[in-house]
Design a binder for this molecule. Structure first.
Ligand code: FPP
Length: 254
């Protein structure tokens, strides 16, 4: 069952932030950046940065669910991340397997849907199997939908959509007149989901890096110098608070 809140909520005494619970983002997307630099600052291997990044995922997923956020999309592995050393790719895949195995019970108990976006058929077989199984077992949950973006790239997603549309046109399932904003959205991995209201990128970089290209047309961006492993629920509250104080006009005027 979804959490419902009314009015304002002081999220944490330490935050000193009041969130307007009637104006929460429905979809939060995060580019989890800075793991490598976090590790380097501590003279640790990069994989330790990713491991610490998983801890941050745990906290943020829990908090989003508690706040009644509808969707949380986490950019965990891009179509370009295959260019990294084999050891690092292997470590990331291992962390994914560990995360799904260790966290499944807790996430399911907390009513979270464990979803994925991206071409998971190119991941190691065990990752693909666990992702499918986790989704199948949680798809009827009614809490937060957590989208793990894996082997995901915005351009790749759009190419795939064009190809599928082309095939559907060829077999008369789709006509030129049918093509509009909504149909294109329906051909993306995020079909049926709202566009992200806010995209968070920690670690000081200010770019989209091939993330949710179509869906981010009217997303608010929120940047911070915090590296992902140090990202705590207080930072999430601050991002939501700032989002609530933005003037969203969607190209119109007020
Ligand atoms: C970017 O930081 C981070 C990634 C490419 C991977 C993110 C993955 C995790 C947080 C953990 C694994 C995911 C799951 C779902 C278990 P970077 O390595 O580019 O950092 P840098 O820019 O400081 O080098």
């Amino acid at each position: 069952m979804k959490n419902f809140f009314y009015g304002k909520k002081r999220v944490e005494e330490s935050d000193n932030i009041e969130l307007d619970l009637n104006n929460m983002p429905n979809h939060i997307a995060i580019i989890m950046d800075g793991n490598g630099r976090w590790a380097k600052e501590r003279n640790l291997p990069r994989s330790m940065g990713h491991k610490a990044g998983v801890e941050a995922i745990r906290e943020i997923v829990k908090e989003c669910n508690k706040l009644g956020i509808g969707y949380l999309t986490l950019y965990a592995f891009s179509t370009e991340n295959w260019k990294r050393p084999k050891e690092e790719v292997g470590a990331l895949m291992k962390l994914l397997v560990e995360y799904l195995r260790k966290e499944f019970e807790e996430l399911n108990k907390n009513n979270v849907v464990i979803n994925h976006i991206g071409d998971i058929t190119k991941l190691p077989q065990i990752c693909e199997e666990l992702l499918i199984e986790s989704y199948e077992k949680t798809k009827n949950n009614t809490g937060l939908v957590m989208n793990l973006a894996l082997n995901y790239g915005g351009r790749d997603e759009i190419i795939r959509a064009f190809k599928n549309m082309y095939n559907d046109i060829r077999c008369d399932k789709l006509t030129e007149e049918d093509i509009n904003d909504k149909t294109i959205s329906d051909y993306l991995y995020t079909s049926g989901m709202p566009d992200p209201d806010i995209i968070i990128r920690p670690s000081g970089e200010q770019r989209l890096s091939n993330f949710l290209l179509w869906q981010s047309a009217y997303s608010e961006f929120w940047y911070s110098n915090i590296k992902w492993p140090d990202f705590k629920k207080e930072h999430l509250h601050r991002a939501i608070y700032d989002f609530q104080n933005r003037d969203r006009r969607f190209g119109g005027i007020k």
